[in-house]
Design a protein around this ligand. Structure first.
Ligand code: NAD
Length: 260
């Protein structure tokens, strides 16, 4: 069993969806978490469920200062930092490149790469001083779209492929002090939303009609994942004992989409 008791963790996007399920599981396993949230509504909802077990910071993952504030709070409150989980993300609702609105395209590109790639790089930069001290680890939420087509349009798929590059290059750079790995979920029913600059700004994946049937049909295992289906992999990778020899790796949790 992975051991997380007493471990200090910073996670982005941990108020909803897959991140929220990770927070839930890690709290059950005895970890202490700081969650970078987008607004007070998300922060209050975490405080309502977890009380003092979970610290919250309101910010934007595209800001280095916000990531640094979150890392500093985790270190101050918990006496150090063992794991950074970069998880905040947005989707492109499988929009083909040529279907993007000409007026909005530059901002949509900036949004998707800003949150999904820059957000992870800035979070890692902010946390690495503390992670080197603790000999900790970084985990990024990648995606089946980090490997295969079909789960997003070109912008989302490219951003999630970039996450694999970040994992591999960082893993080499920060070894042997810090391990860097990824979890790559496949289609999971959440409120994953669109670029704030796109027509999907207020859309949520879970609202797509028959999304469960669509996802079930794409996977050899025949069902759409729930957020909690992925959490054990985060716990495994965060554990300094179970995963002490694991770095530069991304574990697919996608119902076998890649098998075809
Ligand atoms: P979600 O919308 O519940 O979670 C994403 C979180 O990121 C939200 O809490 C959101 O508020 C936060 N966020 C967005 N922009 C932010 C910003 N600028 N600053 C700070 N936080 C921000 O959806 P989810 O499905 O749980 O997504 C979590 C991760 O899982 C994402 O990286 C997503 O790409 C990835 N993923 C999701 C699926 C899926 O099918 N749902 C599949 C593969 C990978």
């Amino acid at each position: 069993m992975p051991k997380l008791s007493g471990s200090s963790v910073l996670i982005t996007g941990g108020a909803t969806g897959i991140g929220r399920a990770v927070v839930h599981h890690f709290v059950e396993e005895g970890a202490r978490l700081c969650v970078l949230c987008v607004n007070d509504e998300q922060a209050s909802s975490l405080r309502g469920e977890f009380g003092a077990e979970v610290e919250t910071v309101i910010g934007d993952v595209r800001s280095l200062a916000d990531n640094q504030r979150a890392a500093a709070l985790a270190v101050e409150r918990f006496g150090g930092l063992n794991t950074f989980i970069g998880n905040a993300g947005i989707w492109d609702f499988i929009t083909p490149l040529e279907a993007q609105d000409e007026e909005k395209l530059e901002r949509v590109c900036d949004d998707i790469f800003g949150v999904n790639v820059k957000g992870y790089a800035l979070g890692a930069y902010a946390c690495l001083p503390a992670l080197r001290q603790s000999k900790g680890s970084i985990i990024f939420t990648a995606s089946s779209s980090s490997f295969f087509t079909g789960g997003g349009g070109p912008l989302y798929v490219a951003s999630k492929h970039a996450v694999i590059g970040l994992i591999k290059q960082l893993a080499k750079e920060v070894a042997p002090d810090v391990r860097v790995n990824g979890v790559a979920p496949g289609g999971t029913i959440t409120n994953l939303s669109g670029s704030p600059s796109s027509e999907h700004a207020k859309s949520q994946m879970a609202e797509i009609p028959e999304i469960d049937k669509l996802l079930e049909g794409m996977t050899p295992l025949g069902f759409a994942a729930k957020p909690e289906d992925h959490v054990a992999l985060y716990a495994l990778l965060a554990c300094p004992v179970s995963a002490r020899y694991v770095t530069g790796t991304t574990i697919l949790s996608d119902g076998g989409i890649g098998v075809g």
